[in-house]
Every structure is written in structure tokens, then in C-alpha cells.
Design a binder for this molecule. Structure first.
Ligand SMILES: C[S@@+](CC[C@H](N)C(=O)[O-])C[C@H]1O[C@@H](n2cnc3c(N)ncnc32)[C@H](O)[C@@H]1O
Length: 370
């Protein structure tokens, strides 16, 4: 297996080249809302290596973090959706990508009339560590021997705690397009934990990425071209969803799934999916005499906290669960109206895989009035 540092170096090299000029076939072609592209300079638009567009799932006023922001296109689109009251942070580890994004940020700001985007250097599996801050500190205290090497490690840890690049519980939405697959295998778990950490309670991740329909064999994972080309690092569709679950998310659903694979390599299909996952099921349970009924259409459902409910039966739930059920994405009778206004700019030709909602009805338990 190629080691983690080599994997990262290969990815950085490939996208450094992709920042300087357009490289074809690095990822699938994506359609964006043309209205938002008008203010974005051409060099940003053409050096697009995404596999999906998370921006239709954003709202005005939100704080958005884009993982692996590249030349900044998703950030510049998000900037217009969240507006002057919202803000957008793009994180990327490749200097050449950051250079393009940063030199175009003032141009976009001038065209839209406000500046609400910033680009930072970091690794998305370690969102607490500000790599530019670390660089500056290391220039003042260079690593020259074993002692200074160990001190540098301590310094990085101190920076994570005292000056985190992205603070815990600080972001409404984490978005990303075609980047998670590029993170080396051993750091994937930490990557999902980091996404969870930086989100506010009630926040959500909307992630577009390439997934596979079978495990990618080791020899393919050792192929640097396939890895940096968004193939070999892909998780299977199932493991991708399970990774959100393991990190503590709930309400996980596939918002979009390409029916056609983007590529088929050695018989394995690689396609783009967009997944949404919510933070907020953690917390204390208080009894407030609430109960719910699952209305169907399935015979029974199981939520991410392990509540199993048969259709039509009444179940007592704690206040925390009751409130989660009242909100998106589970909110029952509200679900259709929320969908149409919330995800306002989904174009009709996008195929959305709808996970059935729990039709939860507020009901008092026998003898209790609510
Ligand atoms: C396939 S491109 C996608 C860029 C952008 N999201 C888009 O839609 O055009 C992957 C980007 O992620 C960055 N990247 C890859 N691995 C990263 C990591 N571990 N941490 C931060 N950035 C990373 C690369 O530098 C590159 O800019």
C-alpha cells in the first residue's frame, strides 16, 4: 500500500497542475445554476474538478465551510446564496489552488457588493490545524534536530487548541465536491469526525463525492493516477453512508445519485452521489409525556438512535427525540412543503432518491393531554 504522505503528495502535485491550467477528465461534468456563474471569473469556472453541486441545499445567512475548495467556484456560488449576512470558508491544502481562489475573491466581492468568503490552508482531515500559521511559526523556529522536531509536534498541537483553523460547533453547513475520496484511507474516519466537530448542533453536511459499487482492490489503491483521479480512494456507497453514521450523524439521506456511472474500472462502477447528514441527536433525554405514531408507508422504521417503530403503533419518546422528529429531515406533514421551498433550485432533471420520511404524528399517551 502506498503510504499516506506519498498519497497526499501525489494528490497535491496533480491539483497544483490542475490549478495552473485546465486538466480534462479529472472529474465528472457538473451543471450549475447559470445565474450564479455570471460573476465568477473564467479561470475559476474552467478549472472545475467537482462531481456535484451542493449549493442548491444552502440558505441565506448560513455559515458554510467548503472542504477542498479548489479554485473556489462552490464558495463563490455559496457566497451569493448565503448573502451578506452569511459567510463562506474554503479550505484547501494546495497552494496553487488557494492562489487562484484568493486572487479571484476580491473580483467576485466587488461584483456582488460584499466580501463574505475567505480561503484557508489546511488538511480537511485535520481542520483544527492552520497550516499557514504553522508555517510562519516554523520559519521562526526551524526544525534542525530531533528536539526541534518533537517541539514542532507540540507546537502543532498547541495551535490546534489555541488557534484552530475551524473552531468546534462553528459552522451551519459543511459542503464538499469530489474531495473526501482523495483523503488517504487511514484518515477517513478522522475526516468524518472533523466534519462532525466543526458543525453546530442542528447543522448539516451536504457532500458530493464519488462512490463505488464494490470495494476497490489494493492494487488499484496503489495506482497513483487512479487515486488522484478520484477513483481509488472512493468508499463504497454503503461505507460512505456508514461513515456518517459512525461519526454521530442522523437523518442521513442520498439527495442525488447518478444512475449512470461516471467511470467503470475493472468492472467496478464509480458514480457521483450527494449525501446530506445532520448533527444533533446527541444530548440528554427528558421525559415530557410525548408520544409519536409512525404513519407508514413501511411496516416499520428504525431511526439513528435505535427507536424501532411499527406503523400505526403509539410510542413514548423523550423530548429530544420528539423535537428531532418535528424538524427536517424527519418532519412529517411538513416534509413536502419544506422540500419544495428549501431545495428551491434543484432542476427537474435531477434524480433525487427520496428516503421515506417517518410520518410522525404528535399524540398524547393515553390519559395525558398535550
Ligand atoms: C477534485 S478537486 C475538487 C475541487 C473543488 N471542490 C471543485 O469542485 O472544483 C480536489 C481538491 O481538494 C484538495 N484536496 C485534496 N485532498 C485534500 C485534503 N486532504 N485536504 C485539503 N484539501 C485537499 C485538492 O487540492 C483540490 O483542490
Amino acid at each position: 500500500m502506498i503510504d499516506a504522505h506519498r498519497t497526499e503528495a501525489i494528490v497535491r502535485q496533480r491539483y497544483a497542475a490542475g490549478a495552473k491550467e485546465r486538466v480534462d477528465n479529472l472529474c465528472c461534468s457538473v451543471e450549475y445554476e447559470s445565474e450564479y456563474l455570471k460573476v465568477i471569473p473564467q479561470e475559476v469556472i474552467e478549472r472545475d474538478y467537482g462531481c456535484g453541486d451542493p449549493s442548491p441545499y444552502l440558505f441565506e445567512g448560513e455559515a458554510v465551510l467548503d472542504l477542498g475548495s479548489g479554485t473556489g467556484k462552490i464558495c463563490f456560488i455559496a457566497a451569493q446564496i448565503v448573502g451578506a449576512k452569511g459567510k463562506v470558508i474554503g479550505v484547501d491544502m494546495t497552494d496553487e489552488m488557494l492562489d487562484v481562489a484568493r486572487r479571484n475573491a476580491p473580483i467576485v466581492a466587488e461584483r456582488i457588493g460584499y466580501a463574505n468568503v475567505e480561503f484557508c490552508k489546511g488538511r480537511i482531515q485535520d481542520l483544527a490545524l492552520d497550516l499557514e500559521l504553522l508555517d510562519r511559526q516554523l520559519k521562526a523556529h526551524p526544525i534542525t534536530n530531533a528536539a526541534s522536531f518533537l517541539a514542532a509536534d507540540e507546537l502543532a498541537e498547541e495551535l490546534r487548541v489555541k488557534h484552530p483553523l475551524v473552531a468546534s460547533d462553528s459552522v451551519d453547513v459543511v459542503v464538499s465536491s469530489c474531495v473526501l475520496n482523495l483523503v488517504e484511507s487511514k484518515s477517513k474516519r478522522q475526516l468524518f469526525e472533523e466534519i462532525f466537530r466543526v458543525l453546530k448542533k442542528g447543522g448539516r453536511a451536504v457532500i458530493c463525492d464519488i462512490v463505488s459499487d464494490e470495494e476497490v482492490p489494493e492494487e488499484m489503491q496503489n495506482d497513483p493516477d487512479l487515486w488522484s483521479g478520484c477513483i481509488s480512494g472512493a468508499l463504497t456507497e454503503e461505507s460512505f453512508l456508514a461513515a456518517f453514521e459512525r461519526a454521530g450523524f442522523y437523518g442521513i439521506q442520498i439527495l442525488k445519485r447518478d444512475a449512470q456511472p461516471w467511470r467503470t474500472v475493472q468492472g467496478i462502477e464509480f458514480r457521483s452521489v450527494t449525501v446530506e447528514a445532520f448533527k444533533g441527536k446527541q444530548g440528554e433525554c427528558f421525559e415530557r409525556n410525548q408520544a409519536v405514531i409512525y404513519r407508514g408507508p413501511f411496516k416499520e422504521v428504525l431511526d439513528d438512535d435505535g427507536h424501532r417503530m411499527e406503523r400505526g403503533k403509539r410510542y413514548a419518546v423523550c423530548d429530544k427525540t420528539y423535537n428531532l422528529y418535528k424538524k427536517s429531515p424527519i418532519a412529517p406533514s411538513l416534509s413536502s412543503s419544506i422540500r419544495s421551498s428549501r431545495y428551491r433550485s434543484i432542476r427537474p432533471n435531477h434524480s433525487i432518491v427520496r428516503v421515506p420520511h417517518c410520518g410522525i404524528q404528535k399524540k398524547a399517551r393515553a390519559g395525558i393531554t398535550t
